[in-house]
Design a protein around this ligand. Structure first.
Ligand SMILES: [Zn+2]
Length: 490
């Protein structure tokens, strides 16, 4: 209101001098026109710059980045306990050199900062190249002829868990995601084959021209799409639960190692005959025949609603570069394809991080917390510039549904395919998968996704070991090593 009054006052003023001013009217008009034009351009540029500051700065060709690089030393990336995962120091030629003390171990998640940028180096570039140093500090740096220190990025990454996961995957190809279902914090993320980010410039040509199919630069944890195999039975179970809420206790199926419908067959893993199974033991023993049977008794609408709720065929709330998982059930989908879909085979593809998010929602009473890696941005003197708190992303399922799925995942450990996790000082829950990717040779990827303690989950783990064999034999022991490290079991 008061602003309007002031404006009116100002509007009235020129009228008094109207006669005097009238001869210069065209000049006034032109001046006003240019002031308005210039002003609106300035507003536009300022708006554009502030809205797109990060985009502008992350543009490799943007000279401002080069100016900032000359003015500031790129900040460091640190673990949750303050271990330095990446830092810059001046080389002999006076140019800054980026150093990664853990070499290959954090290669994909921390990323690299030359020859383009990846991982956290790309995600947090804006903060790393800018400085929040106080003016008085800047003066000191100026006097010493030093660059200003860029801001530091504090992450949720846990060096101990990352090391265990990295060593557990050993020379195998694959990926591991470890997170906290209650907060969404990512504790570890491993992808193999890897590369040494210290050598990125020297090895760049061989890394990008590699024809072996190793794709070392790809972060398999977020960008890799794999057939989910039996880990997808979490999804099918949820859809079946929704279709038949009052019938799961009554569900019975008699497995003879093979399910045939309309001339198409599905076999249980290694043709195993599971005999009489109910809803829970079908899951614990991972009976493909029972799941093919269930799948055909779920309507397309319910299956699709469940796929949609669990974020298939759409973007997931992950800030690192990632792939979109896909699972199809349209009106032309044949019953044979529905059978394949129900056991996580066929055309279905999922990223390990996506499987981890579904697992986290089950562990957290149906609510998915937004996954995040960066907890704080700090100035070099330790002053907090920005901090990030746990944030609810969305509810993927009801609390009751999450409870039933948890109960089923505990059964997998108690008397199913993950008994290597049974009888420990903590109660684990999970689902294994042996995802066939070559129907002729039956070669399979080993999966495990689960959490602990089952009654009050603190940590979740999702593992894929490429071309390893069964999840129970190859992925579960890795999960055990990670859980053991977390719970301090020697
Ligand atoms: Zn079976």
């Amino acid at each position: 209101m008061s602003e309007e009054i002031i404006k009116e006052e100002k509007d009235r003023e020129p009228k008094k001098k109207k006669v005097k001013k009238i001869r210069s009217y065209p000049i006034v008009v032109l001046t006003v026109f240019y002031v308005v034009l210039f002003g609106s351009m300035l507003v536009y540029i300022c708006n554009y710059s502030s809205k797109n500051k990060q985009v502008l700065l992350n543009n490799n060709y943007n000279t401002r980045q080069q100016i900032l690089a000359k003015q500031n030393t790129r900040g460091s990336i640190l673990s949750r306990d303050g271990d330095v995962l990446a830092y810059s120091q001046q080389g002999e030629d006076g140019k800054d050199v980026r150093i990664y003390p853990y070499k290959e171990e954090f290669a994909h998640v921390v990323g690299y900062a030359s020859n383009g940028k990846s991982g956290l180096e790309a995600l947090t570039n804006y903060y790393l190249i800018n400085t929040s140093a106080e003016l008085s500090e800047k003066v000191e740096y100026d006097l010493e002829g030093k660059k200003y220190p860029g801001d530091n990025v504090i992450t949720s990454l846990d060096v101990k868990l990352q090391e265990v996961a990295f060593n557990a995957l050993s020379a195998r190809k694959g990926a591991i995601v470890v997170s906290d279902p209650k907060t969404g914090q990512i504790l570890a993320m491993v992808s193999k084959p890897d590369f040494d980010p210290n050598m990125i410039q020297e090895q760049w040509e061989s890394l990008i021209n590699d024809n072996s199919g190793n794709a070392m630069l790809v972060n398999r944890a977020t960008q890799g799409l794999y057939p989910p195999g039996s880990t997808f039975k979490i999804v099918t179970s949820l859809a079946y639960l929704r279709e038949h809420p009052d019938e799961i206790e009554k569900y019975r199926y008699s497995c003879n190692g093979r399910f045939t419908y309309d001339g198409e067959s599905i076999s249980c893993f290694h043709g195993e005959n599971h005999g009489s199974v109910d809803f829970y033991s079908s899951f614990a023993k991972s009976c493909n025949s029972s799941y093919a049977n269930m799948g055909l008794n779920i309507s397309r609408e319910t299956f699709n609603r469940t796929l949609d709720d669990l974020m298939f065929n759409k973007d997931i709330p992950v800030s690192l570069s990632h792939s979109k998982s896909s699972a199809e059930y349209n009106k032309d989908t044949t019953s044979a394809s529905v059978m394949q879909l129900s056991i996580g085979q066929g055309t279905t593809g999922v990223s390990p991080i996506h499987m981890n998010l579904i697992t986290n929602a089950v562990a957290n009473g149906g609510v998915l917390m937004k996954p995040y890696l960066v907890t704080e941005i700090k100035a070099a003197d330790g002053k907090v510039v920005k901090s990030y708190s746990p944030e609810k992303s969305k509810k993927l399922m009801t609390e009751e549904e999450a409870e039933i799925l948890t109960k089923m995942m505990v059964q997998v450990v108690e008397n199913g395919t993950a008994t290597k996790l049974k009888g420990l000082s903590y109660t684990a829950a999970g689902k294994t998968g042996s995802a066939e990717f070559n129907t002729f040779t039956s070669d399979s990827h080993a999966w495990f996704t689960g959490f602990a303690p089952a009654e009050d989950p603190e940590i979740s783990v999702t593992i894929i070991v490429e071309n390893a064999g069964s999840g129970g034999s190859y992925a579960v022991p890795i999960a055990k090593r990670i859980f053991d490290a977390y719970f301090g079991v020697e």
